[in-house]
Design a protein around this ligand. Sequence first.
Ligand SMILES: [Zn+2]
Length: 250
Amino acid sequence: MSASAQPWPDECTGAVSLTFDDGVASQLELAIPLLNRYGLTGTFYVNPRDDYATQLLPWREAAQQGHEVGNHTVNHPCSKNFAFISDNNRKALEEMSLDDIEREIVEAGRRINEAIPEQGPVSFGYTCYQPFVGKGPTRQSYVPVVAKHCVAGRGKGERPNDPRYCDLWYLWSTPCERMTGAELVGVAEQAPAQGRWAILTFHGVNDGHLHVAAADLEELCDFLARNRHRIWTAPVATVAQRVADYQRSF
Ligand SMILES: [Zn+2]
């Protein structure tokens, strides 16, 4: 493959990944049936709890339908600046070491792999999009830890990803809570217009935190299904492996 070739399959000129965080119930109830109806697959970043064998049963079914069930750590650590961390005495990234975060990622990956053994390598969703541990003089990026254990990492950024230059272990995504259908289509349309990979991040659907309305998500799904000849919609791990091959080719 030459450096000028596109990494996308067939006649597609860009890629889109739909990602959903935190294993919210409305994703199982609304998002997955909706994606299935339109023949689309997405990435669902879950936190496998101690009862993961039971918790991940419906997610295994989703994986068997082609969706990716990705790694979002066990305990969802984030900055202590978030009240849900500081008020509840939860693990804060500022107080963790690289070894601590590695244990979180490895254990979540082990649990997902045990519950969904037929699934291939998965990507990582940075909790609260934050890729660091420590604070001030001791703050360090944990992107290398993700690169060691996962095929890709989804963070946050202002643009779709350029397949030539993007860091597969800190991919940029657009937070999509409360966007209208037209706004969602606008984000997706940047991908073919720019020859890039747009990643959209969702949480709850109709309810739950940082939600999007099901009707707006459906407008996006309808657009992606009607434009599948030019926009490749696939889970993060699937697109990342293709982009990795492409980056190795030049
Ligand atoms: Zn999360």
